[in-house]
Ligand binder design. Structure first.
Ligand code: NAD
Length: 481
């Protein structure tokens, strides 16, 4: 049985707590490892290591740190298949998805920030008698806390800009998916990455995450996770005046206007709804369709949804795997029950999937589920379910569609489908979210700002926003003779 240890000062070691958390493969229900559950002493040890490493890491020239990012990307590339297999086993996501999205993007995150940082020029503001030089300094030791849905993808999205800007790191991955972070640490060890620059503490939120938030020498927290946890993060870190980046939950809409190309929109809506079993923060879990085309669109959508290949994540053909855990499956199922009580009707799915493969008999699989007939303000249609469940609603006109889309506490993402691109763009401008796609979904350019409005988050990641978050900007004003 594998024991997942902390990675502190370049060494793997168990927490002094002596406690372990079970690591379960959700597609099989099998125990695949024991995770060390860290405590505040482990966080202190990680902070000490990160502080010791700070001077030499932050003193490197940026080109030297960029070279390290490229070296990490090369090392990840050489382990790409192992990363994908490990991520699939830890999360229950299909191997094809783990290769295409998780493994690829984890490598790209390093390549992107290496290239992007190399192109940055320091800003300068000239006065008649002086020159202002804007200088970026590292913040110091930063804390990175991440969720289970895209484990290495989201962790490396923070690690790469934090490193390139000269910070050292204490990271806590989700206790549900520690394996690829652990693999990442072993890759760093193999390439002789400087000790103490990157440290991992594993464990539960309250015991291993909370001490990161509370530690006075951790100067910034970049957090991705649920909105409720985000509140705890903000409440703890704000009085300590830490820099905070919060990427939180969503309840995103997919809006089908009356002039949409319906087969394309139905494909897009199904993809937005069910990628990664609906467990992407950007997933479109509410579909809003113009009533004049609702019947035709619903038929097309249900055909798309019913053709999704649900099955063993290890099978190359599988398009949708399990959800993250049996506990999460029960939560998602409770929303299907709630939807029925709220007057909804199950148009497809709604039940646990019984897979023919014996090894998946105890897996956490739910059929992709579409629910109609619910009020847009019902709990099912407003609370984040984060599973393979979408609700379908109709609207009478564009104004009502905008109002319905904006009627949630969240504001992360969304997509609108129309053959009139100008109309799509105008519509998108009226939506209260951090990102809107027109006739596409999850189409990402890593230079663009990424983040939520309302209760979906504070701050932006991506390109220059990540570099700014992970640095302190200072101004040096030099008087000219
Ligand atoms: P979560 O909030 O339960 O946990 C996220 C991380 O926070 C985990 O590592 C967890 O251990 C840690 N944590 C929990 N309590 C803590 C505490 N008191 N102090 C410090 N750390 C603590 O979220 P989750 O269930 O892992 O992930 C799903 C959520 O993440 C969904 O709401 C989803 O929308 C959101 N998400 C958002 C984005 C985005 O970019 N906006 C991306 C992915 C996921």
């Amino acid at each position: 049985m594998d024991k997942i240890e902390n990675f502190i000062d370049g060494e793997f070691l168990l927490s002094s707590s002596g406690q372990f958390i079970d690591n379960i493969n959700p597609a099989t229900g099998q125990l695949i490892g024991k995770i060390t559950n860290s405590n505040s002493q482990d966080i202190q040890n990680a902070v000490n290591a990160a502080n010791r490493a700070l001077k030499s890491w932050s003193s490197l020239k940026i080109v030297e740190r960029i070279a390290w990012l490229n070296k990490i990307a090369d090392a990840l590339e050489s382990k790409k298949e192992l990363i994908a297999q490990t991520e699939s086993m830890d999360t229950g996501k299909p191997i094809s998805l783990a290769r295409r999205v998780d493994a690829n993007r984890s490598i790209t995150n390093f390549r992107f920030f290496a290239e992007f940082a190399a192109k940055q020029n320091d800003m300068q503001f000239d006065m008649d008698d002086a020159i202002n030089y804007v200088h970026r300094k590292p913040i110091g030791v930063v804390g990175l806390i991440t969720p289970w849905n895209l484990p290495l993808y989201l962790l490396t999205w923070k690690i790469a800009p934090a490193l390139v800007m000269g910070n050292t790191i204490v990271a806590k991955p989700s206790e549900l998916t520690p394996l690829t972070a652990n693999l990442f640490a072993s890759i760093l060890q193999e390439i002789d990455f400087p000790k103490g620059v990157f440290n991992i503490v594993h464990g539960l939120g309250p015991s291993a995450g909370q001490p990161i938030l509370e530690h006075p020498e951790i100067k910034a927290i970049s957090f991705t996770g649920g909105t409720e946890t985000g509140r705890i993060v903000a409440k703890t870190a704000a009085p300590l005046f830490k820099k905070l980046s919060l990427e939180l939950g969503g309840k995103n809409a997919t809006i089908i206007l009356d002039d949409a190309d319906l087969p394309t929109a139905a494909k897009g809506a199904a993809k937005a709804g069910f990628t990664n079993s609906g467990q992407v923060c950007l997933c479109g879990s509410r579909i809003l369709v113009d009533q004049s085309i609702a019947a035709e669109f619903t038929d097309l959508l249900l055909k798309e949804v019913n053709s999704i290949k649900l099955g063993d994540p290890q099978n190359e053909e599988t398009e949708m795997g399990s959800v993250i855990s049996m506990q999460h499956l029960e939560k998602v199922e409770s929303y299907v029950e709630l939807a029925k009580q709220e007057g909804g009707s199950i148009l497809t799915g709604g039940k646990r999937a019984s897979l023919t493969s014996q090894q998946n008999a105890d897996g956490a699989f739910l059929e992709p589920t579409v629910i109609g007939g619910l009020d847009i303000n019902s709990r099912t249609a407003t609370e984040e379910i984060f599973g393979p469940v979408i609700t379908l609603h109709t609207f009478e006109n564009q104004e009502q569609a905008i109002e319905m889309t904006n009627s949630t506490e969240y504001g992360l993402a969304g997509s609108v489908w129309t053959t009139d691109l100008e109309r799509g763009r105008n519509f998108a401008e009226k939506i209260e979210t951090g990102i809107m796609w027109v006739n596409t979904w999850l189409h990402r350019d890593l230079r663009t700002p990424f983040g939520g409005v309302k209760n979906s988050g504070v701050g932006r990641e991506g390109g220059q926003w990540s570099l700014s978050f992970f640095s302190e900007m200072t101004n040096i004003c030099v008087k000219q003779d």
